[in-house]
Design a protein around this ligand. Structure first.
Ligand SMILES: Cc1cc2nc3c(=O)[nH]c(=O)nc-3n(C[C@H](O)[C@H](O)[C@H](O)COP(=O)(O)OP(=O)(O)OC[C@H]3O[C@@H](n4cnc5c(N)ncnc54)[C@H](O)[C@@H]3O)c2cc1C
Length: 410
């Protein structure tokens, strides 16, 4: 544990998803005692779905010593393909960076939790934050079970529908709905569909976007982004029987190859309903007083970027670094926002552009077909993706106010 130069000695981290455990572990490394308060009654193991961690996110996990355990459980993506109807094209990849790593959400939660506990972080479950009481030198969190806790600072790692965000600023924008609902299915397709191992395909179907890859056990995982004018929270979407969703998915992907097969072969037991897909508009106030936001609570870039979890990890580490090096909470939060805002907003803009391409009208779809080869010819991959994926945090370098860094490349 290194010694913090800051007056901040204790932190409450609200949310035990991805950003929360990483922030708490990094805070301990920085010499600040952190406790995680999670609304769920226990570690959410067995939760469905997988996500891809980008090289920048994995490198940030390396700072808290959690990268190796992720690699053990993850499947590397060694190639990517874009498919517009029958027209497929292998996408170029960046030289000299490790592949994306796909890991089950439950596995990732377990790894981050275990690493945090090993470092000395305490977790309290069944603690839903409902309010705060602020004092000049501390902040007190109030939970829905009637209990309370006090620390020098409170970190909102409470996801896209953050309570802390509205406690910081009651006028803060909420997460915007992308117009798509998320699903993940697992299919034993046998010889009818046998994608190259390690290759992820991004497919633009007739009516909807989907992606798929082969898992280590031989099954194919696919993710559906179902256009839906009607917004549904996760609970609302899960209240609809899986069989009913499957009928909608089969209609939506009818005629797409291999979308139709994937939808037809998915059973109700093998369908995960992941709910509305969100994107965060810019949040005017990242912090106020002794409270600050991290992860999806302040910058959910939407699933189209493949960067949500990685950015949440990076921000958590940078926040801990700033709290270590700056003399007080306000200056640490300012330095943190300076390090992060430009980068996350730029990636979110890329996500918004991809989201519109996922739901094109028939004319735009035709244009996509025609333009795909030209697009790949003129695309400068290093310029588009290099700055995102080569971002590295120098943990040992002292954090200072006023650094606006889009790509801190070492
Ligand atoms: C369909 C889909 C696919 C995705 N795919 C990818 C991908 O491939 N790659 C990628 O990098 N990202 C992906 N993402 C995004 C990624 O899941 C998020 O960016 C990431 O989970 C953000 O982590 P977080 O810790 O900020 O928030 P969360 O993981 O949402 O964690 C927030 C935690 O806070 C808790 N909480 C909420 N309110 C309270 C409260 N009041 N009190 C106490 N606790 C509370 C919640 O229970 C939860 O455990 C995807 C997202 C979706 C929806």
């Amino acid at each position: 544990m290194s010694t913090a130069t800051s007056k901040v000695r204790t932190a409450m981290v609200i949310g035990g998803g991805i950003a929360g455990p990483v922030a708490a572990t990094a805070l301990l490394k920085a010499g600040i005692l952190a406790t995680v308060y999670e609304a769920y009654p226990s570690l959410a193991e067995g939760i469905g779905g997988g996500l891809a961690l980008a090289p920048n996110g994995l490198a940030a996990l390396g700072i808290i010593g959690a990268d190796a355990a992720v690699r053990v459980l993850a499947t590397p993506v060694t190639g990517t393909v874009m498919a517009v109807g029958e027209n497929t094209r292998r996408l170029p990849s960046l030289a000299g960076v490790e592949p994306l790593q796909i890991i089950g959400r439950g596995d990732l939660h377990r790894v981050l939790h275990d690493r945090a506990v090993e470092s000395g972080v305490r977790f309290e479950y069944g603690k839903r934050l409902v309010g705060v009481t602020e004092a000049p030198d501390s902040v007190t969190a109030r939970f829905d079970d009637g209990t309370a806790a006090t620390a020098d600072v409170l970190i909102g790692a409470d996801g896209v529908r953050s309570t802390v965000r509205t406690l910081i600023d009651p006028k803060a924008p909420g997460a915007a709905y992308t117009g798509m609902l998320g699903f993940q299915g697992y299919v034993d397709a046998g010889p009818d569909l046998d994608p190259e191992p390690g290759v992820m395909t991004f497919a633009f179907g007739k009516r909807a976007y989907y992606l798929f890859w082969k898992m280590a056990d031989g099954r194919v995982t696919w993710g559906a982004n179902l256009p839906s004018k009607q917004y549904m929270s996760l609970a609302e979407a899960r209240a609809v029987p899986a069989g009913q969703w499957l009928r909608t998915l089969r209609d939506t992907y009818a005629g797409d190859r291999p979308g139709e097969l994937l939808a037809n072969r998915t059973t109700a037991e093998d369908l995960d309903i992941t709910g509305a897909i969100h994107i965060m508009p810019p949040v005017p106030h990242w912090y106020r007083g002794r409270m600050v936001l991290v992860g999806d609570a302040v910058h959910a870039p939407s699933n189209s970027t493949g960067q949500g979890a990685s950015l949440a990890i990076e921000s958590s580490i940078q926040l801990a670094r700033c709290l270590r090096d700056l003399p007080d909470a306000t200056s640490a939060f300012r330095a943190y926002e300076g390090l992060r805002r430009e980068r996350v907003e730029r990636i979110t803009k890329r996500g918004a552009r991809t989201n519109s391409a996922k739901t094109p009208g028939p004319v735009a779809r035709k244009a996509m077909h025609a333009l795909m080869p030209i697009f790949f010819k003129v695309m400068n991959l290093e310029k588009v993706m290099g700055w995102e994926q080569r971002y590295r945090i120098d943990w040992d370098a002292p954090a200072v106010i006023g650094t606006s860094v889009v790509a801190e490349v070492s």
